[in-house]
Design a protein around this ligand. Structure first.
Ligand code: NI
Length: 138
């Protein structure tokens, strides 16, 4: 069990009311966990500013596999990113649409280059990189 530190935070009442309403909608049971998550997110965002830092996350794609040459380009881009792709899940959503979730671990810069390279292809309707952990990835 980690050592806990208690802190006091001064905050405008209306801002706190809005925050409480927001975290209640998200399902938080108390403010402490919501504050901890905000701090973790801030530290993760800071850590990936260094492109050489190690990061772990997912790239979620939605694309139209009937777009000419797209499937081949996506395969090629993923092979070029060898070593950072841990797993890929592919779902044939409709006759046209594919949903793909790619699990990544590697240098933050390499993850962002792969996300940009894939997301910028014609026929890719959605590409979102979510960094779950950065810096001191276990
Ligand atoms: Ni498919």
């Amino acid at each position: 069990m980690p050592t806990l530190s208690r802190i006091g935070v001064a905050i405008e009442s209306d801002l706190l009311d809005r925050f409480d309403s927001h975290i209640q909608q998200l399902g938080y049971q108390n403010r402490s966990e919501a504050f901890r998550d905000l701090i973790r997110n801030a530290l993760t965002t800071k850590a990936i500013e260094d492109p050489d830092s190690i990061a772990m996350g997912t790239l979620t794609l939605l694309y139209d596999h009937h777009t000419g040459g797209l499937s081949a380009r996506l395969t090629e881009l993923q092979h070029e990113a060898e070593g950072i792709i841990l797993s890929t899940m592919h779902i044939h959503v409709t006759h046209h649409l594919c949903l793909e979730v790619i699990v990544l671990r590697g240098r933050a810069g390499a993850l962002e280059r792969l996300a940009g390279g894939i997301g910028s292809q014609r026929g890719v309707l959605h590409a979102k990189l979510v960094i779950a952990a950065a810096g001191d990835v276990p």
